[in-house]
Design a protein around this ligand. Structure first.
Ligand SMILES: [Zn+2]
Length: 242
């Protein structure tokens, strides 16, 4: 039956070709990062998440806060990597985080104080970069779990005097990766110790959790309800514009 064998052979060849195509397609879908995390990385997916739950929306803190000063270190080379990580200075958080920060701002104003924001939402790509530069996961987040900054639910900040504009004395500078920056380390400088405890008190009063290793870092309670994101500031801006 030579005719049937020929037909079978063609069928087999077609099948082989189809399998090869499927294999090649699956190869091209290799995840972007090798850490087992698939962050939200396109605007469409982000906008769908807002339709599902409005609390997923990101807002620009510069529009939400009135008295805060912004000193976004990763948009400059003045950070522990000595490299410019963010192409522009921006401070975005999820909408509920911003509402809490706005309440904190009002409360601080009664004491003549304002917030200095060092960092807010951090795209996942930046967390990967930090880990490549500095592998101690007490101070930089592991890319295997991602950072709470990647979820738009963490904030790095300090305080300044509204009258003089001067930053308040704190136990260490921002991003000082030493035990002197720990919440549990009593600062030998009593003013710095007082300011650290005061900042901690006001942050926890309005829904933030303390992170022991860094006096400047606070996580918004319920951070685990939010996804890890890898949208750039420009993408967030383009999405909020329409
Ligand atoms: Zn932080």
């Amino acid at each position: 039956m030579p005719y049937f064998s020929e037909k079978l052979l063609v069928m087999h060849a077609k099948l082989l070709f189809a399998s090869l195509l499927i294999f090649l397609t699956s190869c091209s879908e290799t995840p972007k990062y090798p850490y087992g995390i698939a962050p939200v990385s396109d605007v469409e997916e982000y906008e769908k998440s807002i339709q599902k739950s409005p609390s997923n929306r990101f807002v620009d803190l510069e529009n939400e806060l009135n008295l805060a000063r912004f000193d976004i270190r990763y948009a400059t080379a003045n950070n522990f990597t000595s490299e410019i990580i963010y192409p522009e200075a921006a401070a975005w958080t999820r909408i509920d985080v911003a509402k809490s920060l706005s309440q904190i701002e009002d409360s601080l104003a009664k004491h003549g104080l304002g917030l200095i924001i060092f960092d807010a939402y951090r795209p996942y790509a930046a967390t990967v970069k930090f880990y490549q530069v500095y592998k101690d996961t007490n101070y930089v987040a592991s890319p295997y779990s991602g950072s709470r900054h990647n979820r738009g639910c963490a904030i790095d900040l300090s305080l300044y005097d509204l009258k003089t504009g001067r930053e308040l004395q704190m136990p260490t500078k921002y991003d000082d990766f030493s035990s002197a920056a720990h919440q549990t380390t009593e600062s030998p400088d009593s003013t710095a110790q007082y300011n650290k405890v005061f900042l901690r008190k006001v942050m926890t009063e309005f829904g933030f959790e303390v992170y022991n290793y860094e006096w400047w870092h606070f996580d918004y309670s319920g951070w685990d309800q939010y996804e890890i994101m890898d949208l750039s500031f420009a993408q967030l801006k383009s999405s909020s514009a329409d």
